[in-house]
Design a protein around this ligand. Structure first.
Ligand code: HEC
Length: 707
C-alpha cells in the first residue's frame, strides 16, 4: 500500500509550483483507492478537518453502525484526534499514554506509557488530557503532561529520544499536539492559570535538540530581551509582570501555510487573569490572546493580531486556527479563521495579519463590536469587574473552547461547537497568590440550593452547533442543544458533520441544513473530535469517548449521569453491528454521615473547597466527570478523609497531598461542607419522584423565561 504521504507531498509540491490556492486538496484524496489516511492533527496543514471521503453520506448514513470498539483502560478525560497511517491508528490517552491500534479491528498493537509523575496532575487546570500525537517518517512525536517531548518508533512503540521542554520548577504542562514542519517538531505548553511565561519551541526531529524558542510575553527587561519582538511587546506592559509569569501559553492551536512558509500559533490568557495585578495601569500586554505568524525556520516574528488587548477574562486565542482560500468582495483572499473564547469570529488576511472582519458568533456583552479602523474591540460597562462583580458573556470557558471546528469548502461554511454561558467575574481582594490556580479572581461563590443550582445552570448554559458563513459573518443554520459542552467536529464530502455529545452518543448532521440524520451510541460522554479514514476500501468514522476535562469541572453538572465511565475508542462503518457491553446501574447516593459542623465551619469549609478542591472535584461539590464526586464518598472514605487529603494516600492516583496547604481543622471543615451538600441532595431524593419530576419540569419551562 503506497503511503498517502507520497501523494500528499506530491500534491503540495504541485501547489507550490503552480501557486494556486489548493490548501483544501492537501491531506486526503477522494479517488477510489484502497486506503486513505488521517495523517496530520487537523487532517492537513490548513487544519480544515474536511474529508473528501463520501462512501458514508447523507443517503446511507442510517446504515452506519459500530464496527469495533476498544476499551482504553483510562478513566480520565480523552480529547485526542487519532491519526491513521497505513492501516494503523495512533492516539493519546489521559496521563499522556500513547496507543497504537489496528484501524480495521481496534486490536491494540502496542502502548507507550511515559509514566508521568502523578503529582504533576495538580497543575492540570482541566484534567490530565492530551490532544494527540504527530506522525512523520515512521516516527510519532507527542508531549507528556510533565513537559517532555518524546519521539517513538511508530512500528513498535519503542522510544527514540525524549527532551524536557519546560523548567519543572514551574507549573508548566503539555496537553496539546505537536506539529511537524519538515525536520522540526513544534510544541507549546500550558500553565498560564497557575503562573508561567508562555512560549513555543522547535526541536530537531532526528535528535531532539532545541532549534529555536519564541516567547509570547516578555521576561524581566533587566535581563535583556530575547528578540526585537520581545522588546516591542515589553512596551505594552507595566509593573513587574514577570514575577507573576505573565501567561500567554500556546497550549493548543497551530496551523501552517507551506506556500507562504508561515507557522501560525494561538496564544493564551494572561497570568493572573486580573490585568490590574499583572500590569498595573493597563497596556495591551502583547502577545496575550493573539494569533502570531512565525517563520518555521528560525521562529522569527512576522506579524500578530491581538483579539483581546489587556485581556482579563481568560479569553484565550488558543482556539482552532483554520486556513482557507475564499473570494471576499471579488478578491481572492488567503484567510485565517478563528472563533476564540471572546465570542467574535475573526477573518484575517494570513499573509499580512490584516483584519478583514470580526462579528459575534455567540452572545457577547463585554464588547459592543470590533472597530474596523483600529481592529480593537470596543468594551462595554460590563467589561470592568474591578469596581464590582460583573456577569459577563462569554464565560471564562469561552464561547468556543479547544474543541476543533470543521470546514466545508463547497458551502464555504465553518462549523463551530459553541458554548453559551456567562460567568460572574469579581476581583479577589486582596490578591493572595496560592500554590494552585492564580487568577486574581474570586472563584468562590456561595452554592445555591441544589434544585436552583441545577435549574439555573441548565437554563443559562447551553450549547449549539453553528454553521458559520465567514464571508457574510452570519450563521447559515444553528442547532440548539441543551448542554453547553459538545465534542469537536468533523465534516465530510458525504454532506455530513459529525459531533459527539456529553450524553454518550455521536451524531451526524446534514452539512447543508443541519438536520440530525444519525446517532450512534458511545455510552460514555464525548469531547474529542471524530476522524474518518479508509482501509481496504472501507470508510470508518472513529472517535474517542472519555468524559472529563474542563467540561466536567467548570461547566457544572450535566444532567445525565452515564452508566459507563471508562474511556474507549469507537469506529463506525456501514453495516457495522458490534454490540456494546451491558451497562452497570448508576450508583445511588449513599446516606451521608450526620452533620456536625456549625454555620461558621460550613462557611470556612465551602470557601476552602472552592479554592482548593472545586477545580477537580467540581465546583459546588457536584461533578459528573472522571474525578470522584465527593458527595458519593462511602463510610470508609469518610474515615480516611484526612489520610487521603493531607496524607497523600492516593497520591499515586493523582490526588495530591494538601498537608502543606491545609490544617487538620481546615480539612475537617471541608468534609463537613461536603456532608452538608450530600445531605441536602440525599434528603431531596427521599421526596416522591413525581414531585421531583414536576419541580424539574417547572424549572425547565420557567427558567428560560426568567433569565
Ligand atoms: C488536581 C486535581 C485534584 C484536586 C485539586 C483535588 N483532588 Fe481529590 N482527587 C483527585 C483524583 C484524581 C482523585 C481520584 C484518585 C483515584 O481514586 O483514582 C481524588 C480523590 C479524592 C478523594 C477520594 C474519593 C473517593 O471516593 O475515593 C477524596 C476524599 C478527595 N480526593 C478529596 C479532595 C479534597 C478535599 C480536595 C481539596 C482540598 C481535593 N481532593 C483536591 C484529584 C484532585
Amino acid at each position: 500500500m503506497v503511503s498517502i504521504f507520497v501523494r500528499l507531498h506530491a500534491a503540495l509540491i504541485v501547489c507550490l509550483f503552480i501557486a494556486i490556492p489548493c490548501l483544501a486538496q492537501s491531506g486526503q484524496q477522494s479517488s477510489p483507492q484502497e486506503s486513505v489516511d488521517w495523517p496530520l492533527h487537523g487532517l492537513n496543514h490548513a487544519e480544515q478537518r474536511y474529508s473528501p471521503l463520501a462512501d458514508i453520506n447523507d443517503g446511507n448514513v442510517s446504515e452506519l453502525g459500530l464496527a469495533w470498539f476498544t476499551e482504553t483502560g483510562s478513566s480520565r478525560g480523552l480529547e485526542a484526534t487519532p491519526l491513521v497511517v497505513d492501516g494503523r491508528m495512533y492516539l493519546t490517552l489521559s496521563w499522556s499514554v500513547l496507543l497504537a491500534l489496528d484501524a480495521q479491528t481496534g486490536e491494540e498493537l502496542w502502548r507507550f506509557d511515559p509514566e508521568v509523575d502523578r503529582s504533576r496532575g495538580y497543575y492540570a487546570c482541566c484534567d490530565v488530557v492530551n490532544r494527540g500525537a504527530a506522525y512523520a517518517d515512521g516516527r510519532l512525536y507527542f508531549g507528556a503532561f510533565d513537559g517532555r517531548l518524546i519521539a517513538v518508533d511508530a512500528e513498535n512503540g519503542q522510544p527514540i529520544w525524549e527532551t524536557q521542554t519546560v523548567d519543572t520548577r514551574y507549573p508548566y504542562s503539555i496537553t496539546g499536539a505537536p506539529r511537524v514542519i519538515d525536520d522540526k517538531v513544534i510544541i507549546g505548553n500550558g500553565g498560564a492559570d497557575f503562573g508561567v511565561r508562555g512560549y513555543v519551541s522547535a526541536y530537531d526531529s532526528r535528535s531532539g535538540a532545541l532549534l529555536w524558542r519564541f516567547y509570547t510575553v516578555p521576561g524581566d527587561p533587566a535581563k535583556g530581551f530575547e528578540s526585537p519582538a520581545m522588546e516591542m511587546a515589553a512596551e505594552t506592559w507595566s509593573g513587574q509582570w514577570w514575577t507573576l509569569g505573565g501567561g500567554g501559553t500556546v497550549w493548543d492551536s497551530m496551523a501552517y501555510d507551506p506556500e507562504l512558509d508561515l507557522l501560525y500559533i494561538g496564544v493564551g490568557n494572561g497570568s493572573p487573569w486580573n490585568a490590574e495585578l499583572r500590569s498595573p495601569g493597563g497596556g495591551d500586554n502583547l502577545f496575550l490572546t493573539s494569533i502570531v505568524a512565525l517563520r518555521p525556520d528560525d521562529g522569527s516574528y512576522v506579524w500578530h493580531y491581538q483579539t483581546t488587548p489587556g485581556e482579563q477574562w481568560d479569553y484565550t486565542a488558543t482556539q482552532h486556527i483554520l486556513l482557507a482560500d475564499m473570494t471576499i468582495d471579488n478578491q481572492n483572499r488567503k484567510v485565517l479563521l478563528q472563533a476564540p473564547k471572546n465570542g467574535f469570529f475573526y477573518v484575517l488576511d494570513r499573509e499580512t495579519g490584516q483584519l478583514i472582519s470580526a462579528e459575534p458568533y455567540a452572545r457577547v456583552n463585554w464588547a459592543s463590536h470590533v472597530d474596523m479602523e483600529t481592529g480593537r474591540p470596543v468594551r462595554t460597562a460590563q467589561a470592568d469587574y474591578l469596581a464590582g462583580p460583573q456577569y459577563t458573556l462569554p464565560s471564562q470557558v469561552g464561547a468556543h473552547n479547544w474543541h476543533p471546528m470543521a470546514y466545508e469548502p463547497r458551502y464555504g461554511l465553518v462549523y463551530i461547537p459553541v458554548i453559551e454561558q456567562g460567568y460572574k467575574y469579581s476581583a479577589e481582594q486582596p490578591f493572595e497568590p496560592i500554590r494552585g490556580l492564580n487568577t486574581g479572581l474570586d472563584l468562590f461563590e456561595p452554592t445555591p440550593p441544589p434544585d436552583v443550582l441545577r435549574a439555573s445552570l441548565q437554563a443559562m448554559h447551553h450549547g449549539s452547533l453553528v454553521a458559520w458563513d465567514p464571508i457574510v459573518q452570519k450563521a447559515r443554520w444553528r442547532v440548539d442543544l441543551r448542554k453547553p459542552w459538545i465534542g469537536g467536529l468533523l465534516a465530510t464530502a458525504g454532506n455530513l458533520v459529525f459531533m459527539g455529545h456529553s450524553g454518550g452518543h455521536l451524531s451526524a448532521y446534514r452539512s447543508d441544513i443541519g438536520e440530525e440524520v444519525w446517532r450512534g451510541l458511545t455510552q460514555v460522554g464525548v469531547m474529542a473530535p471524530p476522524v474518518t479514514y479508509k482501509v481496504n476500501g472501507k470508510q470508518y468514522v472513529a472517535v474517542l469517548a472519555g468524559w472529563g476535562g474542563s467540561p466536567s469541572q467548570y461547566s457544572g453538572p450535566e444532567r445525565d449521569r452515564l452508566p459507563a465511565s471508562n474511556g474507549r475508542v469507537l469506529a463506525f462503518a456501514l453495516g457495522g453491528d458490534t454490540p456494546l457491553p451491558a451497562t452497570r446501574p448508576l450508583p445511588e447516593l449513599p446516606e451521608p454521615p450526620e452533620l456536625e459542623g456549625d454555620g461558621v465551619t460550613l462557611e470556612t469549609g465551602e470557601k476552602l473547597y472552592s479554592l482548593h478542591c472545586g477545580r477537580c472535584h467540581g465546583f459546588g461539590a457536584e461533578s459528573h466527570g472522571s474525578i470522584p464526586d465527593l458527595r458519593y464518598m462511602d463510610s470508609s472514605t469518610h474515615q480516611q478523609f484526612e489520610a487521603i487529603v493531607r496524607g497523600g494516600l492516593y497520591a499515586n492516583r493523582g490526588m495530591v497531598a494538601f498537608n502543606e496547604i491545609l490544617s487538620s481543622v481546615e480539612t475537617e471543615s471541608i468534609r463537613q461542607f461536603i456532608i452538608a451538600r450530600a445531605r441536602a441532595d440525599w434528603e431531596l431524593r427521599q421526596q416522591p419522584q413525581w414531585w421531583r419530576r414536576l419541580k424539574r419540569w417547572l424549572w425547565d419551562v420557567l427558567m428560560p423565561l426568567v433569565v
